[in-house]
Design a protein around this ligand. Structure first.
Ligand code: GLU
Length: 286
């Protein structure tokens, strides 16, 4: 595990209650918990429940139960994102006032068809611009739903030459390494979804700052997101944390675990008599 400075370390675990936690979550939660405890810092919890369609109270209860079973305790009152929609909205309005985000009325299909290719460009590299004022007014008057998208062009203009050289600090076994952020990889990402009014990216960045998180340790599947998150921190005048991307826990066939894989859920293990200590020993054999 990477070494860390002992000053004011705050780590976090930020699950979404859209299913039962699995071994991958346990790995991430234990890493963060241990990092904080070893550094004499804080470990905080955040319930990422902005997707009100998919989140369920029983999954949220199970998060607390599973963490307790793993021997994990947390500092502070857990932050619940569904309590903070007004905060996210206020931030989006500010970003809009600064010209950094724009309303996008397109549907997924529109975007896929835009390039005229049979399957269109990947959604992930979509880049566009605000509509002309009149067209936008007409769309709004017609009640058409829209998402808020980050304008990479406006972000680049706002940051100037710093945009190209954006980087983040990654904690590795060899110490802190400066990594290029490449914030354009994901295109003009959605920061405010049509349904929830916010997004994982916006809420996660804002809440890491609100909770004073200094070290974000999470799965390597989120490596590219870190580059975008650093850009968002910068645009909102926040201090980015140090990142650490850990390996993903795979099933016996080498596939990534998913919440739908019942046998790998912590709840299932708990019910079949496995102890939290045994899970820790299995995930951290040395
Ligand atoms: N709610 C996200 C997840 O469960 C958190 C990702 C993160 O740690 O930033 O994947």
């Amino acid at each position: 595990m990477p070494s860390m400075s002992k000053a004011r370390v705050v780590t976090r675990f930020a699950p979404s209650p859209t299913g039962y936690l699995h071994l991958g979550h346990a790995y991430s939660a234990l890493l963060n918990f241990d990092q904080a405890r070893m550094a004499g810092g804080k470990f905080v919890l955040r319930i990422e429940d902005i997707d009100q369609q998919r989140c369920r109270p029983e999954y949220e209860t199970a998060i607390f139960d599973d963490l307790g079973w793993l021997g994990i305790t947390w500092d502070d009152v857990p932050l619940k994102q569904s309590d903070r929609f007004a905060v996210y909205e206020a931030q989006l309005l500010q970003l809009h006032d600064r010209g950094l985000i724009y309303r996008c009325f397109r549907t997924r299909k529109d975007i896929e068809n835009a390039a005229g290719a049979p399957h269109g460009p990947p959604l992930s590299v979509f880049r566009s611009a605000p509509l002309a004022a009149r067209e936008e007014r007409d769309n709004l008057a017609g009640g058409r739903p829209y998402a808020w998208r980050l304008s990479l062009s406006a972000a680049e203009e706002s940051l100037g030459s710093a945009f190209q050289s954006l980087s983040f600090q990654e904690a590795t076994d060899k110490g802190l390494v400066e990594k290029p952020a490449n914030p354009t990889l994901l295109g003009d990402v959605v920061l405010g979804r049509k349904d929830s009014g916010t997004s994982y990216h916006l809420s996660s960045v804002l809440d890491d700052a609100t909770q004073g998180v200094t070290h974000v340790t999470r799965g390597e599947d989120l490596y590219e997101a870190a580059g975008l998150h650093v850009l968002l921190h910068r645009l909102m005048g926040l201090t980015p944390p140090i990142y650490c991307h850990h390996k993903l826990i795979l099933d016996s066939e080498g596939k990534r675990l998913a919440k739908r894989d019942k046998s790998a859920t912590l709840r299932h293990l708990r019910e079949t008599g496995v102890t939290g200590k045994e899970v820790r020993a299995r995930l951290f054999p040395n």
